[in-house]
Write a new protein. Structure first.
Length: 594
């Protein structure tokens, strides 16, 4: 698509903390017009914010995916000084709204329609995971946030998977680096994701099973239990409810195969779950055995009623946004800037917050989880402290290039005159320099004539790690007999012992010796209510955190928990023999864990 297009806004479809989705009419210079959905960042959200990076990542990723059940992206553009994604407009309602509306209308989603919807979702996920780039590289896309609100159903029965803003994929052009942070909606997250284990396509399959359960039963499955035996009890209860529900209706003949498939998708172990392709094929076979209203009939009959039952939250807007044209040099400069930022270790290290556009019309529905621990129930709208101010107007790119050139000139001048280091440095406005741009490499320090008696490097470092002292021109000053002599090239003298560090409560708590025959457990999560600091020591493994700690690969046995609550320190012991979540709280004067 060429530059210079106009977007005539028609309706605001939804708004969240980081952006707004509009229904717009896109008009090209040649008079071509098309209705699109325009996903636009808020003015205060900077280009370099996590939300900005994820918006661009989502557009690039969806531009590579072509499937009838995945929402299509037409372009990534700049309008009004902000990034925006031009995407296919899918009229209708998302599955979350449909479930709410059926509950209000005291209806159920027909079993056949539910099976067809989830089959379409499985086909979309399989295509995203097994797809390849133009160069033949596998994409290996893991959506990571499959849930009813991210699937849309039109009145014509079209099913579209939305929102790949927090997806993982194996392609080079991604900017955002998630590292150890886990994003998603807790009720649809598999056990391994909650335990901080590697994320695979099996996590999406687990979410498929949860969605199918909810469509068939009309109620939520709930957060998975982390202890395997508790998860089995949770699954048995779900199976019983499904059998009762399906046995009462038209799907009675297929009830057992449906229950079996859902049980497999919700399996605790990754290796016990089918692939998305397997799920799609088995659901296709089930559609032949389930009579009743299919997805097209249900969509035509019920989707128009959703807005009537729940109210239409969209509203008309009036305005026009114009696409900003880039010169070739500006476009190349922006591409270089994005590529450098995307591969920068410094840039990746700061990307530990989850302000993605994963819930533009479902604000606060996505949760960030660090190392498998829930960081917050809902994301706060404030920008993280490392975000730069949003550029004003449409000159952000030009300003960024100008600043980069100015910094380069400044560095050349700095290398020539080598001014004395300053105590303060002005922060960068748009493109902050990396560490090498802030200070020049220090010159080697010449060997001292005399070694100061209180030099911390000598006192703190082991003698064998120190280089031998060079010969000196004059003898060293006489030291009192009680002082430690200066080490020389021909003799080594133990340095004075440093005073023991003060106890700050961070020392690992004592635990009984590890039984070498004890089975190893995947993980144990300890949460302490009201704590500002938590540490858990389980045999030869320990972990710490603010309000919770996740210990991985631990031996079965005793765990010792220490916690700081309102400035007071508490300690408790507990026995663990399986992966589980433990909650501790102060009862009286002691810390009790269950």
């Amino acid at each position: 698509m060429g530059a210079g297009r106009r977007f005539n806004l028609i309706r605001e479809l939804g708004s969240g903390a980081f952006g707004t989705v509009y229904l717009a009419e896109m008009e090209s210079l040649g008079g071509f017009k098309k209705e699109v959905a325009l996903k636009l960042l808020r003015p205060e959200v900077g280009d370099r914010s996590d939300a900005g990076r994820r918006l661009r990542d989502e557009a690039r990723l969806l531009g590579r995916l072509r499937h009838r059940h995945i929402v299509q992206v037409d372009d990534l553009v700049r309008v009004d000084g902000r990034w925006a994604v031009v995407m296919e407009h899918v009229p209708g309602a998302d599955l979350e709204a449909i479930l709410q509306a059926t509950h209000k209308a005291e209806e159920d989603v027909p079993p056949l329609a539910a099976v067809e919807i989830v089959r379409a979702m499985a086909l979309a996920l399989d295509s995203a995971y097994t797809g390849v780039t133009a160069q033949g590289e596998p994409l290996r896309v893991v959506h990571r946030d499959i849930k009813p609100s991210n699937v849309r159903l039109s009145e014509q029965g079209e099913i579209k998977v939305l929102d790949f803003g927090i997806a993982r994929a194996e392609f080079e052009e991604r900017e955002a680096k998630t590292g150890r942070v886990r994003y998603g909606s807790v009720g649809y997250m598999s056990p391994e994701r909650l335990l901080g284990e590697p994320e695979t396509a099996a996590g999406d399959v687990y979410a498929l099973g949860v969605v199918l359960y909810e469509l068939l039963l009309g109620e939520t499955f709930g957060r998975v239990k982390l202890a395997p035996d508790q998860q089995q009890n949770q699954l048995r209860l779900a199976q019983a409810r499904l059998r009762v529900k399906l046995g009462e209706g038209s799907a009675a003949e297929a009830a057992e195969p449906v229950v079996q498939l859902i049980s497999e998708t919700l399996a605790y172990d990754v290796g016990d779950r089918p692939t998305a392709a397997d799920v799609a094929e088995r659901l296709r076979e089930l559609t032949r055995r389930i009579p009743g209203e299919d997805v097209h009939g249900f969509a035509a009959r019920f989707v128009p009623r959703v807005a009537q039952l729940l109210g239409d939250e969209s509203h008309p807007v009036d305005g026009t946004l114009s696409e900003e044209a880039f010169t070739t040099s500006q476009a190349d400069a922006m591409a270089t800037f994005i590529a450098q930022r995307g591969s920068s270790d410094e840039f990746a290290a700061t990307d530990v917050r989850a302000p993605s556009l994963a819930a533009l019309v479902d604000d606060g529905a996505t949760t960030a989880i660090s190392d498998g621990l829930i960081a917050s129930g809902a994301l706060e709208p404030e920008r993280p402290e490392w975000d730069e101010p949003a550029p004003s107007g449409g000159r952000g790119v030009v300003a960024a290039i100008a600043v980069a050139v100015a910094l380069l000139v400044a560095l050349v001048g700095y290398a020539l005159i080598k001014p004395a280091p300053s105590d303060t440095q002005p922060p960068g406005e748009l493109v902050p320099p990396g560490p090498a741009m802030i200070t020049a490499p220090p010159e080697p320090t010449p060997p001292p004539v005399e070694a100061p008696s209180d030099a911390p490097a000598v006192a703190d470092a082991p003698p064998e790690d120190l280089p031998a002292d060079p010969p000196v021109a004059s003898p060293p000053a006489e030291a009192p007999p009680s002082e430690t002599p200066t080490p020389s090239a021909t003799s080594k003298v133990d340095p004075p012992k440093a005073p023991p560090p003060e106890d700050d409560g961070s020392a690992a708590p004592d635990t009984p010796p590890v039984n070498p025959d004890a089975p190893r457990l995947r993980a144990v999560k300890v949460t302490v209510n009201g704590a500002s600091k938590v540490r858990a020591r389980c045999g030869d493994r320990d972990a710490s955190g603010a309000s919770s700690a996740l210990v991985r690969d631990l031996p079965a046995g005793t765990c010792v928990v220490t916690a700081t609550i309102d400035g007071a320190d508490y300690t408790a012991s507990l026995m663990v023999d399986q992966p589980k979540g433990v909650t501790c709280a102060v009862e009286g004067d002691t810390l009790a864990c269950r």
